[in-house]
Design a protein around this ligand. Structure first.
Ligand SMILES: *Cc1c(COP(=O)(O)O)cnc(C)c1O
Length: 559
């Protein structure tokens, strides 16, 4: 057990007594002060609260004259539940019911001997997992999440209501949208920060406006961390979204009318890879490639033959609905043979790449584009990685080529996200996303549903509901939505339905894995999906699943 302890000058002696009394029973860290000069209690409450909030300490103990100032200061931190206790009974109850993790004591109120008794009782009492206490603690946590916008509650109740509705939705539904994830609190803090206030056209050290030192520091960190995380030579972290990242690469490298070969949109490609309704399809000559009709996977030999014939300027790979590993080494060989640029859009799999659960395109590609909000789980945004020799062309394509001022608050959130990915547990996360996906996929498959390409290697899979049940993806997604399970309709290779109806649904596991769900939960969810689709017109099945899905979601709250 790890305990972090601190006081102000008023609690200095009692802290010393407590340190001594608890030294044998736990690992106790004294965070100060170390001499009895006048000091400010929030400074010390903050130290202990930060330890408890981050999990560095299991418990905190704070001492001042009354305990009140300390508790007010500590309770401003997420995950901290600080309580003032001046009886042993109160200490036991607040542990059991409220799951309190910081004890605040008033040196003027309790005797040193009794304070030690209170602290021992507090530390020894386990949290009561009775349903009603658990439910109330959950409500406390949710209040914490909404406190991000407690100002809005007063200033703009309509927008506050929208945010609250999103919190409610996330807490009560199972989100299997393959392109979404659950952002960390740290990312959201950076994204909502005052860095939003700054105009910073240009790049760190070369801005058009004064006063850019703070945002320069943030953007430099984002660039550096991106290069380190992905092993890239250069990073541009300014693109506002993934489509803008792709646009920047096209603008940096080819001319209007030049040829791009990319995976056809209805087979898993992306709008910005050359759809006729998108800028990419309007400006460039797009030649789509397809997956093999039988295996529903990329056929690299066929791709090579086609590329040799078409001779594109760019061979673009990457997809938004391709459930298999992409062989970037093989694609490099094709690009070398053709003499074209290799561009990889890893928007969907960036987190798997960062966590080592999918081979990285970075060693092979000339340019790698990505979003930062899909499996990567950061803020909504884009990024381009490239070799040093393209750095200048890329940077000027982004600014002044296509964007004005960068969103420095979002760039800071990207930096936070990249740092999070350097933590060792993220490797486990990426591997768990894939494991979860395989288990969920197999559960649905074992109930008789045809899976496109027969399975999955990554964070998503496609269910062919048309062949299996004669229903459309649109109806399947609507029925699941009514049952609290959120997926999207999706075309499947060689789909005979329109893009508005589709034959398939796309299912992804990034978000549920971030929330801590594992194989066991995937089996439950897969069973519910099959139950709902087996009985697509039966609203009582939907109602039953919705109840169960809600119970499950509430066990895995969004951070
Ligand atoms: C999501 C996605 C993008 C970009 O999406 P934005 O909505 O513009 O951020 C680009 N490429 C692929 C393959 C994607 O899946």
């Amino acid at each position: 057990m790890k305990i972090s302890m601190a006081s102000d000058h008023g609690g200095f002696e009692l802290k010393a007594t407590l340190l001594k009394a608890l030294a044998g029973t736990a690992e106790v860290l004294d965070l100060g002060p170390y001499e009895k000069a006048s000091c400010d209690y929030p400074d010390y409450a903050m130290k202990v609260a930060a330890d408890v909030a981050s999990g560095r300490a299991d418990f905190g103990i704070l001492v001042c004259r009354s305990g009140i100032g300390m508790s007010m200061a500590a309770n401003r931190f997420q995950n901290v539940r600080a309580t003032i206790c001046h009886t042993v009974d109160a200490a036991v109850t607040t542990r059991q019911h409220n799951g309190a993790n910081v004890l605040c004591l008033g040196a003027d109120i309790v005797s040193p001997e009794y304070a030690v008794e209170i602290a021992k009782a507090f530390l020894a009492t386990p949290v009561d997992n009775d349903e009603r206490h658990a439910r109330r603690r959950m409500k406390l946590e949710r209040a914490g999440r909404l406190s991000d916008c407690s100002g809005l509650m007063h200033d703009d109740p309509e927008i506050f209501a929208a945010i609250k509705a999103q919190v409610d939705q996330e807490d009560s539904e199972i989100n299997l949208i393959a392109s979404e994830n659950t952002s960390s609190r740290a990312c959201r803090e950076a994204a909502g920060s005052v860095l939003m206030n700054k105009y910073a056209e240009g790049y760190p050290g070369k801005r058009w406006y004064s006063g850019c030192l703070p945002v320069d520091a943030a953007e430099e960190l984002a660039r550096k961390r991106a290069c380190e995380l992905f092993g890239a030579e250069h990073a541009n972290v300014q693109p506002h979204c993934g489509s803008a990242a792709n646009m920047a690469v096209y603008f940096a490298t080819i001319r209007p009318g030049d040829t791009i070969m990319s995976l056809s949109l209805d087979q898993g490609g992306h709008l910005s890879h050359g759809s006729p309704v998108n800028f990419s399809g309007k400006i460039y000559n797009i030649v789509p490639y397809t997956v093999d009709r039988e295996t529903e996977m990329l056929d690299y030999d066929a791709l090579e033959r086609q590329a040799m014939e078409v001779r594109p300027k760019i061979l673009l790979s990457g997809a938004s609905a391709y459930p298999r590993t992409i062989d970037f080494k093989r694609i490099r060989e094709i690009c070398d043979k053709v003499g074209c640029l290799m561009v990889v859009d890893m928007a969907h799999i960036a987190g798997l790449v960062a966590g080592g659960a999918h081979p990285s395109p970075v060693p092979y590609a000339d340019f790698v584009t990505t979003t930062t909000h899909k499996t990567l789980g950061g803020p909504r945004g884009g990024m381009v990685l490239c070799r040093e020799k393209y750095a200048k062309a890329l940077d000027s394509a982004v600014f002044p080529g296509m964007q004005g001022g960068p969103l420095e608050n979002i760039i800071a959130a990207k930096a936070v996200c990249f740092r999070e990915w350097m933590l060792p547990e993220k490797k486990d996360y990426a591997a768990q996303v894939v494991r979860n996906c395989k288990v969920l996929c197999k559960t649905v498959q074992d109930r008789g549903y045809r899976i496109v390409s027969g399975g999955t290697d990554n964070h998503l899979f496609l269910v062919d509901v048309k062949t299996t049940k004669g229903i459309t993806g649109k109806d399947a997604a609507a029925a699941l939505d009514a049952a609290g399970i959120v997926v999207n309709k999706n075309t499947i290779p060689y789909d005979t339905e329109s893009p508005f109806r589709t034959s398939g649904i796309r299912v992804g596991t990034a978000s549920v894995t971030t929330r801590g769900m594992r194989e066991q939960e995937m089996i439950a969810i897969g069973t519910w999906i099959a139950d709902v689709l087996d009985n697509i017109a039966d609203t009582s099945v939907q109602a039953r699943v919705k109840e169960e899905a809600k119970k499950l979601a509430q066990r895995f709250l969004v951070p």
